[in-house]
Design a binder for this molecule. Structure first.
Ligand SMILES: Nc1ncnc2c1ncn2[C@@H]1O[C@H](COP(=O)(O)OP(=O)(O)OP(=O)(O)O)[C@@H](O)[C@H]1O
Length: 361
């Protein structure tokens, strides 16, 4: 007995200092454990066994620019329209009614219109300005229109730009001339400046080279002159265009003649580098528009070949360049040869910067 006690004691001491010798508990991995596990198909609850629920309504979340996650209501409407068509066909089939294609077409059109006029959030979608008549244009449409063509204004009570030639108030003869010139659409500077010119407002137009600035000032000028009686003898002109160089003056003349010939308006160019007598003769025969470089026009005025007492319309083409080239005194002298009341703006706020410069020097 004492021996057994001793053995037990020894075991306990060994266990304490050398660790126990108990066999390790075997751990079975779940993959091992369930390797041969099988279940009845009906026990599979991961999917609905009822076919009715096999294709549940699918959410179509929209992400990206202009969307927050949500449902595509337009797609749902399309699906609903298809279903409606199917049901109609089925009903017709059952009742033996004839196929009425018009009915389907009508449903199609109605649904297409509904899908187009509502966005994905079921909000009404506005049509683009190009699809609207002038009367339907909203402030927002005009803003988008101006943004589309990079048109911006500074000034008060600015008239709306014109969207097309037909919407301008140029008159049928000028519109015909524009069509014959092959100008299908107005350029942005023309869209913005022509309505201003036609409303007898002073305008400073800024646009890049080759953007159609010439027609933008020539057309309202022609429209203004078309309402006046033709000039007799040397009493003209009604309008003067000043340009810094001979070449530019000639380019403007070419552009002006395209429209002037249709209206019986006479255009004379008065530029340096050519015989002054020839130009004097043309001025004497009478003309409604003079296109000139400042120095040569001043010579003509001083020699009394030209008078500007009927001139109410002045264009300073490339005014900044004329100042850079030192033409300011000549331009000021030409403007002073016109009756001062002609150039006095109704509203002092609307005085052209250039004119102020010329008039004060
Ligand atoms: N609406 C239009 N449609 C088609 N062509 C046009 C239109 N307006 C002008 N043009 C043509 O575009 C060309 C350039 O026009 P224009 O000479 O008036 O430009 P500009 O802005 O005055 O250029 P610049 O700064 O060189 O004087 C011309 O040949 C003109 O006939």
């Amino acid at each position: 007995m004492a021996e057994r006690e001793r053995e037990k004691e020894l075991e306990a001491i060994k266990e304490q200092y050398l660790g126990c010798k108990k066999p390790k508990k075997q751990v079975i991995k779940p993959s091992e454990k369930f390797r041969s596990f099988d279940w009845e198909n009906t026990e599979d609850t991961s999917r609905d066994m009822n076919t009715l629920y096999q294709s549940p309504h699918e959410a179509r979340p929209l992400f990206g620019r202009g969307f927050v996650a949500g449902m595509d209501r337009r797609e749902q409407k399309k699906a609903a329209a298809q279903l409606e068509k199917k049901i109609r066909a089925e009903l017709r089939h059952r009742t033996g009614a004839e196929d009425r294609v018009e009915d389907d077409d009508l449903v199609d059109k109605k649904n297409a219109a509904a899908a187009d006029s509502y966005d994905t959030f079921d909000m009404r979608v506005d049509r683009h300005w190009s699809e609207k008549s002038l009367a339907e244009m909203t402030e927002r449409d005009w803003r988008i229109f101006r943004e589309d063509f990079s048109i911006s204004y500074k000034g008060s009570r600015v008239p709306r730009p014109m969207r097309s030639w037909s919407e301008s108030k140029l008159g049928s003869e000028l519109l015909l001339a524009v069509e014959r010139a092959g100008y299908r659409k107005p350029s942005p500077i023309q869209m913005a400046a022509i309505p201003l010119g036609l409303s007898q407002r002073d305008v400073i137009g800024i646009a890049e080279t080759g953007s159609g600035k010439t027609a933008a000032f020539v057309l309202p000028m022609m429209s203004y002159i078309a309402h006046l009686p033709p000039i007799k003898d040397e009493n003209g002109p009604y309008a003067v265009v000043l340009a810094p160089t001979r070449e530019l003056a000639q380019q403007i003349e070419e552009e002006a003649v395209k429209f002037a010939n249709h209206l019986g308006i006479r255009v004379v160019s008065v530029v340096g580098g050519q015989q002054i007598e020839g130009q004097a003769l043309k001025l004497k025969q009478g003309c409604e528009i003079v296109i000139a470089t400042p120095g040569r026009l001043l010579d003509c005025l001083e020699s009394r070949y030209a008078v500007l007492n009927q001139c109410n319309y002045v264009v300073l083409d490339e005014a900044d360049r004329m100042i850079d080239m030192g033409f300011e005194p000549q331009v000021a002298a030409v403007l002073d040869a016109m009756p001062s009341s002609n150039l006095k703006p109704e509203n002092e706020d609307e005085v052209l910067d250039e004119r102020r410069i010329y008039r004060t020097t």
